[in-house]
Ligand binder design. Sequence first.
Ligand SMILES: NC(=O)c1ccc[n+]([C@@H]2O[C@H](COP(=O)([O-])OP(=O)(O)OC[C@H]3O[C@@H](n4cnc5c(N)ncnc54)[C@H](O)[C@@H]3O)[C@@H](O)[C@H]2O)c1
Length: 342
Amino acid sequence: MGYTYHVPTGRNPFCNEVIEWESSEVFELIANKRVMKILIATEKPFAPKAVAGIREVFDAAGYEVVLLEKYSDKSELLAAVADVDGLIIRSDKVTAEVLAAAEQLKIVVRAGAGYDNVDLEAASERGVVVMNTPGQNSNAVAELALGMMIYMSRNQFTPGTGFELQGKSVGIHAYGNVGRLVARKAKAMGMEVMAYDPFVKDDAVFEADGVKKVESVEELYSNADFLSLHIPATAQTKGSIGYKLLMSMPKGATLVNTARKEVMDECGLQAALSERTDLKYVTDIAPDSAEELAKIAGKRFFATPKKMGAETAEANINAAVAAARQIVDFLENGNTRFQVNK
Ligand SMILES: NC(=O)c1ccc[n+]([C@@H]2O[C@H](COP(=O)([O-])OP(=O)(O)OC[C@H]3O[C@@H](n4cnc5c(N)ncnc54)[C@H](O)[C@@H]3O)[C@@H](O)[C@H]2O)c1
């Protein structure tokens, strides 16, 4: 009997090539099926509950799990990836060198939103699928953004008269998963919310949240008492927020950055904070020039000691389990819904 089977032909087992196989050969293939091996490589480990959640998903799929936590040297990662089929990471760097060392690798999932720590081009060249887990930690980041607004409006919880968020305007720069949640929470705080995101074409998305859509980044900054940054770090956005935009902000305005430090032009930031003694900058990602900024701006500047936007138990577990499920769904069913290197 001549059956037609989709058979793994390359590094990506779900390429479209179809090969005619004898059924006996297929039965042999199934009998000798390699157990998929998945590496969880986290310099900054997941919470134990998140690791348990990952294990549960892979145990059910019959996969082997290897854990590499708190590694201090790249060589440890290079050795650990040598024979794995899948890789789960957090902010860990997956460079061309790591990919070259991972001969069996088919998929990398960044448990989290930003994936600028993965060399997408090198992954694509090697036929490795890269995914993130969008939305899984957004609520944690959005809550932190609101918390940072309150922290800065209350003089970093030191004595003195602060001000309230109610009645103030907030500009949301990028209306993705985090931006939308910040918008909804800010509405609940009685703030006036506007947003700018040229890639969200459907006005109904903004209307449904009662958010004013603005047409330019200049319009957004010049009207925002608080500006909440949610753009990804891309070639287009890196270094794009600087002197001009900051100087255009209303008196007493606060820029809140829970996105990426790379999107800031730090020279421009320093200049704006020194010229405008009413401006504030609060960030979840310590700038390279944190010391200078602290000298220039004192209590008008705050950076979390370590990135903590996604550091909640809920976000940790959600992102970890989603990453594991996405790997199984890809290896078993070829689902590439969350692929970012298409
Ligand atoms: N602090 C943390 O721990 C933490 C955790 C999660 C995410 N993040 C960062 O927060 C940011 C937002 O994450 P997200 O989950 O909302 O991402 P997302 O992919 O859901 O949304 C990003 C949005 O940015 C928009 N965008 C892209 N380029 C733009 C541009 N040039 N101008 C305006 N809009 C643009 C896209 O249209 C999209 O709507 C990212 O930078 C991510 O790395 C930080």
